[in-house]
Design a protein around this ligand. Structure first.
Ligand code: NAP
Length: 495
């Protein structure tokens, strides 16, 4: 069962930072896959832009390599090769400096300057800011100076969106000078994941869950985003950021919002984002006792965090776990435990909604302790699993076991489900379609920073270094205590 492909309108997409890592690994392969699926027609134009001096042909070679590296075998037959050539014929390149004048006239010439007034000739025009965040403001200014920021243009802004409330506010203001909020697409690629959207479908498309979705029936919620790799080559960037800024403020916060929000009146961008914003605003400040930060140490011949980033004094956290409380009618009394980190046991991300015990066990001691758990798995395999309690088969007494009702997409929806578009495919197509539902609004981002800033400030003024944890563990022991002291435990980190 694969989704129906509805072709998008012809568009011009300029990828600033077109020679960078993100363009290579994600954006170009995503565009090709949508072309191959028939969603992007031959009238589209994809224009890479960066300072490197490249001819169109050289950039097409770069794009072809990127697509091959992403797993496409253009050499397997003539059709495959023809498909790639047709895609590459839509690709062009402009040498351009976001901070200078170089190349802007060329870009203007290529895409035709300000939009022509004649309706028939209007094309969707999107500018993807896949450059360092220090250039977002420059790009917005230059697009404006060259008459390219008209009402039809859209900009796609990568993360990080600021590093605290003040910088996020400033960036929002800079962008707002030339672009209306309806033209700004702030990417959080977690929102493009199939399962994350399915979370909304499961919650709001079924009668089953919503009546139970509150503190009366839900004991607690756990959100885990665990990586098994360290900072690797991103050390420099990561050390200025840390797990709180890099993951908690955006990805985990977005997951929390989708789990906790009230049903929007309709599935439209502002209705959904209004509800998410209310969740963030209802979060209590995190008290110092409710947050644990850690940093991985070296073991088994693998370097520790400090060695990897080349700073023996670094106090940047590669792990954070915290207990969040939402003060509203639905959630007062149900804690949300969230953790994320690098070099943990496995690469595994999930949300677990842990329901309360039944009010009374008619099965006595033999029945044991059982709870329903709804698990939304985000990686490595996406899917949803509901743990239900049944009788252990066999003639022995009334012993109970938990079994999963498994809705792993690859199994439930057949082999084609493995072809679900990845997050970038979906999000870029949403930009072209003009649908902002899965993009963060400016006020949401600011509210998320307003919640995380005090935690980071506390660390900075407190002077306590992060706690060490071993590679392959579940983080520092204190993170386990965060739940143990409440009589709860984290779920195993397993793929
Ligand atoms: P990158 O590999 O360092 O690439 C940066 C790109 O920007 C290059 O194409 C570079 O090309 C171009 N550039 C630099 N200065 C420029 C200037 N003055 N004018 C025009 N172009 C300029 O970075 P990246 O990893 O692709 O990341 C891009 C953005 O995506 C960043 O905001 C990053 O935080 C975000 N992001 C990346 C990832 C990822 O997996 N890579 C994931 C999430 C978010 P030239 O040097 O030729 O100009």
């Amino acid at each position: 069962m694969v989704s129906r492909v509805i072709p998008v309108e012809p568009f011009d997409l300029v990828v600033f930072g077109g020679t960078g890592d993100l363009a290579r690994r994600k954006i170009l392969p995503a565009l090709f896959r949508r072309f191959r699926a028939g969603q992007i027609g031959p009238d589209a134009r994809i224009i890479g832009a960066a300072r490197s001096e490249l001819e169109d042909a050289e950039y097409r070679d770069f794009a072809a390599e990127a697509i091959t590296e992403a797993g496409y075998d253009a050499g397997c037959d003539d059709d495959a090769s023809e498909m790639l050539s047709r895609f590459l014929s839509m690709v062009a390149y402009v040498t351009l400096d976001a901070r200078g004048d170089t190349g802007w006239d060329d870009l203007e010439t290529l895409i035709g300057g300000p939009h022509p007034e004649a309706t028939a000739e209007r094309r969707v025009r999107a500018f993807y800011f896949s450059v360092g965040p220090g250039l977002f403001g420059d790009l917005a200014e230059r697009l404006h100076d060259h008459g390219l920021s008209d009402a039809e243009s859209r900009i796609v802004v990568e993360k990080p969106f600021g590093r605290d409330l003040a910088s996020a506010r400033e960036l929002n203001l800079v962008l707002a000078r030339h672009f209306d909020e309806t033209q700004i697409y702030r990417i959080d690629h977690y929102l493009g994941k199939e399962t994350v959207q399915n979370l909304m479908a499961v919650r709001f498309g079924n009668m089953l869950f919503e009546p139970l979705w509150n503190s009366q029936y839900v004991d607690h919620i756990q959100i885990t985003v665990a990586e098994d790799v360290g900072v690797g080559g991103r050390g420099g960037y990561y050390d200025r950021s840390g797990a709180m800024r890099d993951m908690m403020q955006n990805h985990l916060m977005q997951l929390l919002c989708l789990i906790a929000m009230e049903p929007p009146a309709k599935f439209d961008p502002d209705a959904v984002r209004d509800e998410k914003l209310k969740v963030i605003r209802a979060l209590d400040p995190v008290t110092p006792g409710d947050v644990v930060r850690g940093q991985y140490t070296g073991s088994d011949g693998r370097p520790g965090y400090r060695e990897e980033v080349g700073d023996p004094e670094s106090t940047t956290e590669s792990f954070v776990a915290l207990k969040a409380r939402i003060s509203n009618w639905r959630w007062a009394g149900t804690p949300f435990y969230m953790r994320t980190g690098k070099r943990l046991r496995e690469r595994a991300s999930e949300i677990a909604v842990v329901f309360k015990d039944t009010p009374h066990s008619i099965f006595g001691v033999e029945g044991g302790d059982h709870r329903n758990i709804l698990t939304i798995k985000l990686q490595p395999n996406e899917g949803i699993e509901l743990g239900v309690t049944i009788k252990e088969p066999g003639p022995g007494g009334m012993r109970l076991v938990d079994v999963p009702l498994d809705m792993t997409f690859a199994e439930a929806l057949g082999p084609d489900s493995a072809d679900f578009p990845d997050a970038y495919e979906r999000l870029i197509m949403d930009v072209i379609r003009g649908n902002q539902t899965l993009f963060m609004r400016g006020d949401e981002v600011e509210a998320a920073w307003a919640w995380t800033d005090p935690v980071i400030e506390d660390w900075q003024t407190g002077g306590e270094p992060p706690l060490g944890y071993e590679t392959g563990s579940a983080g520092p022991d204190d993170a386990l205590m965060l739940m143990h002291r409440d009589g709860r435990r984290w779920r195993d980190i397993k793929a």
